[in-house]
Design a binder for this molecule. Structure first.
Ligand code: ADP
Length: 171
Protein backbone atom coordinates (compact mmCIF):
# COMPACT_ATOMS: atom_id res chain seq x y z
CA UNK A 1 0.00 0.00 0.00
CA UNK A 2 1.57 3.30 -1.06
CA UNK A 3 1.71 6.11 1.42
CA UNK A 4 -0.05 9.46 1.18
CA UNK A 5 1.88 12.37 2.69
CA UNK A 6 1.10 16.05 3.06
CA UNK A 7 4.27 18.14 3.13
CA UNK A 8 5.15 21.82 3.15
CA UNK A 9 7.49 22.88 0.35
CA UNK A 10 8.23 23.83 -3.24
CA UNK A 11 7.03 21.26 -5.76
CA UNK A 12 9.76 22.20 -8.26
CA UNK A 13 12.32 20.68 -5.85
CA UNK A 14 10.61 17.30 -5.53
CA UNK A 15 12.70 14.27 -6.55
CA UNK A 16 9.86 12.07 -7.73
CA UNK A 17 8.91 10.28 -10.94
CA UNK A 18 6.37 12.97 -11.80
CA UNK A 19 5.11 16.30 -10.48
CA UNK A 20 1.68 17.58 -11.40
CA UNK A 21 1.19 21.09 -12.72
CA UNK A 22 -1.98 23.12 -12.03
CA UNK A 23 -2.22 24.28 -15.63
CA UNK A 24 -4.65 26.26 -17.79
CA UNK A 25 -6.43 24.75 -20.82
CA UNK A 26 -3.97 26.31 -23.27
CA UNK A 27 -1.04 24.85 -21.27
CA UNK A 28 0.67 28.25 -21.33
CA UNK A 29 3.20 28.95 -18.55
CA UNK A 30 1.15 31.62 -16.68
CA UNK A 31 1.68 32.46 -12.99
CA UNK A 32 1.44 30.56 -9.72
CA UNK A 33 2.80 27.05 -9.53
CA UNK A 34 2.75 26.73 -13.32
CA UNK A 35 5.07 29.72 -13.73
CA UNK A 36 7.43 28.26 -11.11
CA UNK A 37 7.49 24.84 -12.81
CA UNK A 38 8.18 26.37 -16.24
CA UNK A 39 11.00 28.54 -14.87
CA UNK A 40 12.64 25.56 -13.17
CA UNK A 41 12.20 23.17 -16.12
CA UNK A 42 13.48 25.58 -18.78
CA UNK A 43 12.03 26.74 -22.12
CA UNK A 44 11.76 23.22 -23.54
CA UNK A 45 8.75 22.65 -21.30
CA UNK A 46 6.66 25.31 -23.03
CA UNK A 47 7.61 23.76 -26.39
CA UNK A 48 6.49 20.33 -25.22
CA UNK A 49 3.24 21.80 -23.86
CA UNK A 50 2.46 23.35 -27.24
CA UNK A 51 2.60 19.89 -28.81
CA UNK A 52 0.07 18.34 -26.39
CA UNK A 53 -2.25 21.38 -25.88
CA UNK A 54 -5.06 22.11 -25.37
CA UNK A 55 -6.09 20.26 -22.22
CA UNK A 56 -9.78 20.58 -21.33
CA UNK A 57 -10.66 21.04 -17.64
CA UNK A 58 -10.44 17.72 -15.79
CA UNK A 59 -8.06 16.09 -18.29
CA UNK A 60 -4.27 15.58 -18.06
CA UNK A 61 -1.26 15.65 -20.41
CA UNK A 62 2.29 14.28 -19.99
CA UNK A 63 5.60 15.95 -20.83
CA UNK A 64 9.23 15.35 -19.81
CA UNK A 65 10.55 17.27 -16.79
CA UNK A 66 13.66 18.68 -18.52
CA UNK A 67 15.78 20.51 -15.88
CA UNK A 68 13.48 19.56 -13.00
CA UNK A 69 14.58 16.84 -10.59
CA UNK A 70 11.27 15.13 -11.47
CA UNK A 71 11.46 12.95 -14.60
CA UNK A 72 8.05 13.99 -15.92
CA UNK A 73 5.35 16.64 -15.54
CA UNK A 74 1.65 15.88 -15.75
CA UNK A 75 -0.31 19.00 -16.64
CA UNK A 76 -3.88 18.96 -15.43
CA UNK A 77 -6.53 21.67 -15.40
CA UNK A 78 -8.73 22.19 -12.36
CA UNK A 79 -12.01 24.11 -12.42
CA UNK A 80 -12.30 27.85 -11.90
CA UNK A 81 -14.43 28.41 -8.75
CA UNK A 82 -17.79 29.96 -9.68
CA UNK A 83 -19.56 29.59 -6.34
CA UNK A 84 -19.71 25.81 -6.10
CA UNK A 85 -22.89 25.06 -8.07
CA UNK A 86 -21.29 24.54 -11.48
CA UNK A 87 -19.94 21.05 -10.90
CA UNK A 88 -16.63 22.33 -9.60
CA UNK A 89 -16.29 19.41 -7.15
CA UNK A 90 -16.67 16.76 -9.86
CA UNK A 91 -14.21 18.55 -12.14
CA UNK A 92 -11.65 18.88 -9.36
CA UNK A 93 -11.96 15.18 -8.56
CA UNK A 94 -11.61 14.39 -12.26
CA UNK A 95 -8.37 16.41 -12.50
CA UNK A 96 -6.80 14.33 -9.69
CA UNK A 97 -8.12 11.05 -11.12
CA UNK A 98 -6.96 11.82 -14.69
CA UNK A 99 -3.49 12.70 -13.42
CA UNK A 100 -3.15 9.48 -11.45
CA UNK A 101 -4.55 7.35 -14.30
CA UNK A 102 -1.96 8.85 -16.65
CA UNK A 103 0.85 8.33 -14.12
CA UNK A 104 -0.17 4.72 -13.58
CA UNK A 105 -0.41 4.03 -17.32
CA UNK A 106 3.21 5.21 -17.68
CA UNK A 107 4.47 3.09 -14.79
CA UNK A 108 5.29 6.15 -12.64
CA UNK A 109 5.40 5.18 -8.95
CA UNK A 110 5.94 8.45 -7.04
CA UNK A 111 3.75 11.50 -7.72
CA UNK A 112 3.69 14.99 -6.18
CA UNK A 113 0.64 17.27 -6.45
CA UNK A 114 0.20 20.97 -5.79
CA UNK A 115 -3.10 22.26 -4.41
CA UNK A 116 -4.97 22.35 -7.72
CA UNK A 117 -7.44 25.23 -8.29
CA UNK A 118 -6.98 26.88 -4.86
CA UNK A 119 -4.74 29.73 -6.04
CA UNK A 120 -5.62 31.92 -9.00
CA UNK A 121 -8.68 29.69 -9.76
CA UNK A 122 -10.22 30.59 -6.38
CA UNK A 123 -11.41 27.18 -5.11
CA UNK A 124 -11.70 27.38 -1.27
CA UNK A 125 -8.91 25.17 0.07
CA UNK A 126 -11.04 23.78 2.91
CA UNK A 127 -13.47 22.43 0.29
CA UNK A 128 -10.79 21.25 -2.14
CA UNK A 129 -8.63 19.38 0.37
CA UNK A 130 -11.04 16.52 1.28
CA UNK A 131 -11.80 15.93 -2.42
CA UNK A 132 -8.11 15.64 -3.27
CA UNK A 133 -7.17 13.54 -0.25
CA UNK A 134 -10.03 11.09 -0.81
CA UNK A 135 -8.82 10.37 -4.37
CA UNK A 136 -5.18 10.06 -3.23
CA UNK A 137 -6.11 7.57 -0.48
CA UNK A 138 -8.20 5.54 -2.92
CA UNK A 139 -5.47 5.37 -5.55
CA UNK A 140 -2.47 4.95 -3.22
CA UNK A 141 -2.37 1.14 -3.59
CA UNK A 142 -1.26 1.62 -7.22
CA UNK A 143 1.78 3.75 -6.23
CA UNK A 144 4.81 3.83 -3.93
CA UNK A 145 4.10 7.34 -2.64
CA UNK A 146 1.70 10.22 -3.31
CA UNK A 147 2.68 13.65 -1.99
CA UNK A 148 0.52 16.73 -1.56
CA UNK A 149 2.96 19.65 -1.56
CA UNK A 150 1.59 22.76 0.18
CA UNK A 151 3.36 26.03 -0.49
CA UNK A 152 1.94 27.93 2.51
CA UNK A 153 0.89 27.14 6.07
CA UNK A 154 -2.85 27.57 5.51
CA UNK A 155 -2.81 25.13 2.60
CA UNK A 156 -0.70 22.66 4.59
CA UNK A 157 -3.18 22.82 7.50
CA UNK A 158 -6.20 22.18 5.28
CA UNK A 159 -4.72 19.05 3.63
CA UNK A 160 -3.19 17.81 6.89
CA UNK A 161 -6.62 18.02 8.58
CA UNK A 162 -8.30 16.28 5.65
CA UNK A 163 -5.75 13.47 5.74
CA UNK A 164 -6.22 12.93 9.49
CA UNK A 165 -10.00 12.98 9.21
CA UNK A 166 -10.28 10.69 6.18
CA UNK A 167 -7.67 8.23 7.48
CA UNK A 168 -9.60 8.02 10.77
CA UNK A 169 -12.94 7.57 8.96
CA UNK A 170 -11.62 4.76 6.78
CA UNK A 171 -9.72 3.07 9.62
P1 ADP B 1 -4.76 27.41 -9.86
O1 ADP B 1 -4.79 28.35 -11.04
O2 ADP B 1 -5.11 25.97 -10.23
O3 ADP B 1 -5.53 27.93 -8.71
P2 ADP B 1 -2.19 28.34 -8.72
O4 ADP B 1 -0.85 28.07 -9.27
O5 ADP B 1 -2.70 29.74 -8.73
O6 ADP B 1 -3.19 27.32 -9.47
O7 ADP B 1 -2.23 27.85 -7.21
C1 ADP B 1 -2.30 26.49 -6.81
C2 ADP B 1 -1.53 26.31 -5.50
O8 ADP B 1 -0.14 26.19 -5.81
C3 ADP B 1 -1.64 27.46 -4.50
O9 ADP B 1 -1.87 26.91 -3.20
C4 ADP B 1 -0.27 28.12 -4.58
O10 ADP B 1 0.10 28.71 -3.34
C5 ADP B 1 0.59 26.92 -4.84
N1 ADP B 1 1.97 27.12 -5.33
C6 ADP B 1 2.52 28.21 -5.93
N2 ADP B 1 3.82 27.98 -6.20
C7 ADP B 1 4.11 26.72 -5.75
C8 ADP B 1 5.29 25.89 -5.72
N3 ADP B 1 6.45 26.30 -6.21
N4 ADP B 1 5.18 24.64 -5.15
C9 ADP B 1 4.01 24.20 -4.65
N5 ADP B 1 2.88 24.93 -4.66
C10 ADP B 1 2.93 26.16 -5.20
Amino acid sequence: MGKVEVIRGDITKMEVDVIVNAANEALLPGGGVSGAIHRAAGPELAEACRRVAPCPTGEARLTPGYRLPARYVIHTVGPIWRGGTFGEDKLLEKAYRSSLALAQSQGLRTVAFPSISTGIYGYPVEAAAPIAIRVLLEEAPHFDALYMVAFDENTFAAYHQALIKLTRDSG
